[in-house]
Design a protein. Structure first.
Length: 133
């Protein structure tokens, strides 16, 4: 439930920010229908697999990743120019453009990775047992 609620809230916030904060010309990411299908497939897999971990940290991290993925997937459908990237960091002639969904995916990945490592450490004695058929 944590994953779904967090993902829904984050994707809504991401879309609101993209609608309210203007994106400079040239800072949109064009995505194909294949990329949209790939994003949705990964999102569906995460939603299906993560609850089996029974870890709150993994659920929160996955919720951030799913929310970011779903926000960008909706952006592919909603915005004709591509996925808006309203936030920029510029230095010495180069610019990095990103959006709230991108930030959420990175933070979610870090939290999910930490949660998975914690789960492995906590259950390390079970990892050495042979798999029974």
């Amino acid at each position: 439930m944590i994953l779904i609620v967090l993902a829904a809230w984050l994707s809504a916030c991401d879309l609101i920010v993209k609608l309210v904060k203007p994106t400079e010309t040239g800072l949109y990411h064009r995505r194909t229908s294949y990329e949209l299908a790939f994003i949705l497939a990964i999102t569906a897999a995460v939603i299906y697999i993560v609850p089996y971990a029974r870890s709150q940290m993994i659920s929160v991290g996955a919720g951030l990743m799913v929310g970011g993925g779903f926000g960008n997937a909706l952006s592919i459908v909603i915005f004709p120019l591509g996925v808006p990237n309203p936030f920029t960091v510029s230095q010495d002639g180069w610019t990095v453009a990103f959006n709230l969904a991108d930030i959420a995916v990175v933070i979610g990945f870090v939290l999910t990775t930490i949660g998975a490592w914690s789960l492995c450490i906590e259950h390390r004695h079970e990892l050495r047992r042979p798999v029974e058929r």
